[in-house]
Write a protein that binds this ligand. Sequence first.
Ligand SMILES: N[C@@H](CCC(=O)N[C@@H](CS)C(=O)NCC(=O)O)C(=O)O
Length: 261
Amino acid sequence: MPGPVYHPVATGIASDTVTQHAGPASIVLWGGWFCPFTQRTWAALEAKGIPYQYREVNPYLKEKDFIDISPHGLTPGLQVDGRPLHDSTVINEFLEEAGSALGAHPAVPSLWPNSGDGPYEKARARLWIDHVNKAAVPAFIRLLQAASPPSQAAALAAWTTALDHITAHCQGPFFFGNEISLVDLAIAPWAVRDFILCEKRGFRRDQVSGWTAWAEALERHPAVQRTTSNRDKYLEFNQTFMRNEDHSAVAKAARAGEQII
Ligand SMILES: N[C@@H](CCC(=O)N[C@@H](CS)C(=O)NCC(=O)O)C(=O)O
């Protein structure tokens, strides 16, 4: 199998430190240490205090037991009392909605915005998550993939524009104020990884007004910290995008300008 540098067992990877414990439901997160979409869900479990088991999987192998959980063979997948779920955005909403039945810590506030008009604010949050999925994430990947200076300049402009659009609405320190939300969790893995764009693609956080403060707040959050691996491992893994290798469904979709599944 050609593909990314994959460390099933190595130091510096967040899953090395995961404590597994039992709760009212049996929750298994099938994840990849390197995967930003996994980190969204992993950090949601940590933020909610939901007991879970972490199972490291190499999604590029498309093994049957994993396809049974996540039909496209993409991390993350989640098993809830044996039943499968996939897609980080869907899973994170589920974790929030089902929280107390899953053993979420009662003192943890909702990951939806906590202000006033519940259904409207939820709908707004979903629109921002959609923006992250459809604009910011593909722009990040295309910037990694861009090889020539002109394509890098165009991709950098697309990334900063997508980021600027959402950052302008961040209330601080988190998107809806003092508490981390599903919108924050949707973008946090790319705050953790944007140092690669800074080192390799000429991005500076201060190119986007407000991003430095928001990204630092995200990086400092304990749920994000507990699910973050070493920078050198991330850098090594992301070299595959920079070399434009074709092993990944996400890389192919981003390059073709198609929607990432
Ligand atoms: N929309 C999915 C995307 C998940 C995804 O693309 N995961 C990548 C790893 S970061 C994957 O499993 N790639 C395997 C492949 O491309 O074959 C989500 O939000 O969960």
